[in-house]
Ligand binder design. Structure first.
Ligand SMILES: Nc1ncnc2c1ncn2[C@@H]1O[C@H](COP(=O)(O)OP(=O)(O)O)[C@@H](O)[C@H]1O
Ligand SMILES: [Mg+2]
Length: 264
């Protein structure tokens, strides 16, 4: 398994109304790591995930997942969309939403088995929402809503998890819950791909990064790829923040996530 890629993207371009938002993107991602898709707002990150999930038309190129087309491995891939893109007023409880993760593998309207129900409870426990499982999703905080989505993905039992900005609008406690969970998942051999726009936290969160701004700027191990030059190319104008990051990198003052792994 080692060395085999989880997702391959070849010569991918996507245009909206003739304007390219992704241009000739080409990369392959490793398995079993926590991977960040990083770039400023509007750089095409969400579009890239949607193209991988076959949710937007592709102008050119193709995507392979575990060396196959998505249609053949759909159950192995769990997609967690951006929280703001969802209508949270839909009347459903936490448990209802997490159960949807199981329905994918069963026929719609089939009764869930005892095992399905156990997996749902397990997923709810993993994101620490046991106390809220009967609550309507409209009544949850942003961080709780994010965790509901992650629980639904966990219930699906996928091998590859693709999440769009899971750390946006969540409190520190939720951020920690999510991060701890991602590390557990990684230790179980899962591949986790996360869209993220905050460069301050990149070196803490990700083993591997893809730097994106309509074009692919760079991809590789975070320790080798998160350079001032690459950040400059990705974030361009946002100089104040950049200066700060460059200083951090020069001082080698950013903790590498591996340090935390041993005590897990
Ligand atoms: N459905 C759409 N129709 C037209 N333009 C879109 C659509 N979705 C996104 N865009 C545009 O495509 C660009 C990339 O968007 P997106 O992939 O959401 O970026 P990111 O997730 O990096 O913020 C943006 O300029 C955005 O305005
Ligand atoms: Mg986005």
């Amino acid at each position: 398994m080692k060395g085999k890629s989880s997702i391959e993207v070849h010569n991918l371009s996507v245009t909206y109304q003739n304007v390219p938002v992704l241009w000739d993107i080409d990369f392959s991602l490793p398995q079993g790591q926590i991977i960040g898709i990083v770039g400023p707002n509007g750089s095409g990150k969400s579009t890239l995930l949607k193209a991988i999930m076959d949710l937007v038309p592709i102008s050119s190129g193709f995507v392979k997942i575990m060396d196959k087309s998505l249609g053949l491995v759909r159950d192995l891939v769990a997609y967690v969309p951006q929280r703001e893109s969802v209508d949270w007023n839909f009347p459903a409880s936490v448990e209802d939403v997490v159960m949807m993760g199981r329905y994918k593998k069963n026929k719609l309207f089939n009764r869930l088995t005892k095992i399905d129900k156990e997996l749902v409870q397990e997923a709810i426990a993993k994101v620490k929402l046991e106390k809220y499982k009967d609550r309507q999703i409209a009544q949850l905080s942003g961080g709780q809503q994010q965790r509901v989505f992650i629980a639904r993905a966990l219930a699906q039992g996928a091998d590859i998890y693709i999440m769009d900005e899971p750390f946006v609008g969540v409190d520190m406690a939720t951020e920690k819950t999510i991060l701890d969970l991602l590390i557990l998942m990684k230790n179980e051999g899962k591949t986790i791909i996360i869209v993220h726009h905050d460069i301050q936290t990149v070196s803490n969160f990700f083993d591997y990064i893809v730097l994106l701004n309509t074009r692919l700027i760079a991809h590789g191990k975070t320790s080798e790829t998160l350079t001032g030059e690459n950040l400059q190319a990705t974030y361009g104008g946002q100089l104040n923040l950049l200066t700060k990051i460059q200083t951090l990198i020069k001082a080698k003052d950013f903790p590498l996530r591996e340090e935390g792994f041993e005590d897990k």
